[in-house]
Write a protein that binds this ligand. Structure first.
Ligand code: SF4
Ligand code: SF4
Length: 123
């Protein structure tokens, strides 16, 4: 028992003297996409007709339809809703892009990954 207590104290002292193994979030290098990584679903707003198919298909409920202004569709001007992505829920499965008949969602790797922090902030 005494020996175990001694080991604990030693380990505590070692921990105090060691450099931290984790970095403050500001020091984490932004990672770029590799060939293997999945890209970010990105809306091409001009192509979207607001059918909501992507939102209905998303397995993570990461898509919310939000007001997207007026569009001329089939000769009529109507108010449409467009998808808004919650990247903290997205699992990058690409289903939304595959289901969209208008090709209005692109899976892109040419931008920085979106990092969601524990407090909900993104960067
Ligand atoms: S992105 Fe495509 S599937 Fe989603 S609402 Fe627009 S047109 Fe429909
Ligand atoms: S990639 Fe998958 S999880 Fe992400 S928004 Fe599209 S359907 Fe939803």
């Amino acid at each position: 028992m005494r020996r175990r207590y001694g080991n604990m104290v030693l380990e505590a002292i070692r921990s105090l003297l060691r450099k931290p193994e984790t970095l403050p979030s500001k020091e984490i290098e932004r990672k770029i996409f590799t060939e293997e990584s999945r890209g970010i679903p990105t809306l091409i707003a001009d192509k979207c007709i607001g059918c909501s198919l992507c939102a209905m298909t998303c397995p993570s409920q990461a898509i919310t339809m939000i007001p997207g202004g007026k569009r001329s569709i089939g000769g009529r001007v109507i108010e449409i809703k467009i998808p808004s992505f919650d990247y903290s829920k997205c699992i990058y499965c690409e289903l939304c892009a595959q289901i969209c008949k208008q090709n209005a969602i692109e899976i892109r790797k040419d931008q920085d990954p979106i990092i969601i922090m524990k407090n909900g902030e993104s960067r």
